[in-house]
Design a protein around this ligand. Structure first.
Ligand SMILES: Cc1cc2nc3c(=O)[nH]c(=O)nc-3n(C[C@H](O)[C@H](O)[C@H](O)COP(=O)(O)OP(=O)(O)OC[C@H]3O[C@@H](n4cnc5c(N)ncnc54)[C@H](O)[C@@H]3O)c2cc1C
Length: 460
């Protein structure tokens, strides 16, 4: 939708071709199965959404989405221990994915400048290796096929994109593809939060420790726009997942800390468990090809999809839309413009890609087929440095600020190698390690829990 919105700013006619009927409300749909699981929009993505659709973030907040300041409004057990709740530097917007999509879609389509072809499936590209001139579309109700001609085709068809196949039919040389597959799976239930807790209790995140050489288990309790908690339990390959309602709470008890289990034990479940095998970190490299057809772009998950635990997919798609906007403004669509636009779009996925892929290769049972040299050479030294940063970041406010800028995709990952950051790592005051979740008495009272200082956090 953001890419379509950007196109409509620069081009005469824009058509979105979509297999589903897009619901007129915050409802689930087949083509977006991930919408049943937690989705956070990092502040970097939210700022882009707000630039493209002014006032959109306030509109979402007014309608109930929560703005979670990192790390003031989040209680998180990282691989290295409990994170101190430093004053917020960045934030994440928390609400259900169907709600976010619906609100954004409503704003984008309200301009009346985008035609929507629903229940229509793209079958393949039309054109040749030099230029794509349109798409072949099948009407899913009648089976009728037609060609839609276009000066520019954008593949935004998500993780299941058939772009490599479509390109080979046009005799474009094979696209390089990297895969880093930690076997991530998600299981989610929605709960009625205790009165006041959806608005007044922090978001909770209990992460695995990748250094333990065992499959990772994770759990989050995130407030949603309708006063509910969405609880997602996730794991890397080999850790199983609760497929039945009765197994959900016992599985939550196997996380590194019982906070998630304690919270859901008190809350009323509103849904059954929804389970998804998520798929790998996967990245295509169109920018490496000598020939790239004019009139074709790829972005979003179709270009690069990440382990969702890092919450980068939607912000990455927003960054691609922003890059597209800049390139269309600069060069339009003629004379090599799409190749330059694709290069700019591809550059935006590099940071989220390397953050997710380099972390996931550390999990046992991770499978990899990758050409990215950063994932093969010098991994041990890099991991040590990354562990050192994680250890400081949870206890040092200034280090945490820089790391949060990077993790939220606000600052480039290269910031972590800058002299300024290295000197912060040495100089900044380091607070004592926390041995229990940093919750206030008021927060504990909201959810009727008592301090559990006896429970070990399992940090380093
Ligand atoms: C479990 C899970 C949790 C996630 N959590 C987060 C999170 O917390 N934060 C975050 O930022 N990201 C998260 N993500 C990632 C996020 O969902 C994706 O990055 C994002 O949806 C990508 O958007 P997209 O538009 O590229 O693709 P999609 O949202 O997948 O949209 C693709 C669309 O194309 C349609 N389509 C596909 N093929 C065709 C075809 N041939 N013809 C016509 N239509 C077609 C589909 O119906 C769909 O509507 C998560 C992902 C998963 C799986």
């Amino acid at each position: 939708m953001l890419a379509a919105h950007v196109l409509a700013r620069h081009l005469e006619r824009v058509t979105v071709v979509e297999r589903d009927v897009l619901p007129d409300g915050p409802r689930h749909r087949k083509g977006s199965p991930q919408g049943r699981h937690v989705h956070v929009l990092w502040s970097s993505g939210a700022r882009i959404v707000d630039t493209l659709l002014p006032g959109m973030i306030d509109q979402l907040l007014d309608a109930g989405a929560r703005r979670i300041g990192f790390h003031q409004d989040l209680v998180t057990l990282t691989s290295h221990g409990w994170q101190h709740r430093f004053p917020p530097r960045q934030y994440a917007l928390m609400c259900t994915r169907p709600f976010l999509d619906w609100k954004v879609r409503d704003r984008v389509l309200a301009t009346g400048r985008i035609a929507l072809r629903q229940r229509a499936e793209i079958l393949d590209l039309v054109g040749d290796a030099k230029r794509v001139t349109g798409v072949r579309v099948r009407d899913m109700d009648t089976g009728a096929r037609e060609t839609l001609e276009a000066d520019l085709v954008i593949d935004a068809s998500g993780r299941g994109s058939r772009l490599r196949h479509w390109l080979s039919a046009l005799e474009v040389p094979p696209l390089d593809e990297d895969i880093v597959d930690a076997g991530i799976a998600y299981a989610t239930r929605v709960y009625q939060a205790p009165p006041g807790a959806a608005a007044g209790f922090p978001a909770v995140n209990v992460a695995a420790d990748h250094r333990l050489r065992e499959p990772g288990r994770f759990g989050v309790v995130y407030p949603q726009e309708d006063g509910t908690w969405m609880v997602t339990l996730s794991c890397t390959r080999g850790a199983g997942l609760p497929a039945h309602d009765d197994d959900f709470l016992p599985y939550a008890r196997t996380l590194r800390h019982p906070l998630v289990a304690d919270l859901i034990a008190l809350a009323k479940p509103l849904t059954s468990v929804a389970v998804s095998r998520v798929g790998a970190n996967r990245r295509l490299y169109p920018e490496r090809l000598d020939i790239w057809p004019e009139g074709l772009l790829v972005l979003g998950d179709a270009l690069a999809a990440f382990n969702p635990i890092y919450g980068h997919g939607m912000s990455s798609a927003a960054r691609a839309a922003a890059a597209l906007d800049t390139e269309l403004q600069r060069s339009g669509t003629d004379g090599g413009a799409t190749r330059r636009a694709q290069q700019a779009i591809s550059a935006t996925v590099d940071d989220p890609w390397i953050m997710a892929a380099s972390k996931d290769v550390e999990y046992v049972n991770c499978r990899m087929s990758a050409t990215d040299p950063r994932l093969t050479g010098g991994a041990v030294a890099r991991q040590r440095f990354s562990d050192l940063i994680s250890d400081r970041s949870i206890r040092s406010s200034a280090v945490c600020d820089v790391v949060t800028d990077v993790i939220s995709l606000t600052a480039p990952q290269s910031e972590l190698a800058s002299n300024g950051f290295l000197s912060l790592m040495h100089k900044d005051r380091v607070l004592p390690e926390l041995t229990e979740p940093p919750l206030t008495a008021e927060e504990l009272a909201l959810v009727k829990l008592t301090p559990r200082s006896t429970v070990s956090a399992g940090g380093s």
